[in-house]
Design a protein around this ligand. Structure first.
Ligand SMILES: [Zn+2]
Length: 207
């Protein structure tokens, strides 16, 4: 049984998810969410095993250093995203767009293609190493900025973005059965999310 506590953020921050599964983990950290996530973890007696970053962008990773220290969990990302975060590559992290500089992070590389009952799917296009997390039994997709509800897709005009790769990634997501969608921005879709993803693919046909 998977339980997800969603911190749906507005403004500049991404959404943040506390996933309680075989292991408990956090997906993305956002901006300014450390105190509320910590409060939730304490009140519900949840210990987080790791923090998984869907991709490098500042709105998803800004507070990663603080969150990791406060909740005592290591950071993980795909190889190319981890590399940029370890180097503090402000250009591709787009911290410069926020008028900030990103501290170099201690990020471990995701080496396995599954974790805590979730499959780690490579879904490049929004960034070159973006990932999504998919739970086949419960048909849950945590999509980062690859797809959004109601047919949205991530931008491809930022550094390392690629429209062809995004199309391929979204097409891949239409081939799995998805009931609920937890994306990097916007509301959670709790049923029939496959329809939303098929609409995203349809939208991409215009490109
Ligand atoms: Zn992004």
């Amino acid at each position: 049984m998977v339980e997800i506590k969603s911190f749906i953020c507005s403004g500049f921050s991404s959404n943040v998810f506390v996933v309680r599964s075989e292991q408990n983990f956090l997906v993305d950290v956002g901006i300014g969410t450390v105190a509320k996530v910590q409060k939730y973890l304490k009140e519900n007696d949840v210990i987080i095993d790791r923090i998984i970053l869907t991709h490098r962008h500042y709105d998803h990773t800004a507070d990663a250093k603080e969150m990791s220290a406060e909740i005592g969990a290591p950071l993980f990302a795909s190889p190319s995203e981890a590399k940029a975060l370890i180097e503090g590559d402000d250009h591709t992290i787009i911290s410069t767009a926020f008028g900030r500089s990103m501290p170099k992070l201690d990020v471990k590389t995701l080496t396995s293609d599954s974790y805590a009952g979730f499959k780690i799917l490579s879904t490049p296009g929004h960034t070159d190493g973006g990932i999504s997390l998919y739970h086949p039994e419960e048909k849950i997709l945590i999509s980062g900025d690859t797809v959004f509800p109601s047919g949205g897709v991530g931008r491809t005009d930022l550094p390392t973005g690629n429209i062809t790769h995004l199309k391929e990634s979204v097409e891949k997501l239409t081939k799995i059965e998805v009931e609920s969608l937890y994306s990097g921005h916007g509301p959670v879709v709790s049923e029939g999310a496959g329809r939303h993803i098929r609409r995203s693919l349809k939208f991409l046909e215009y490109y």
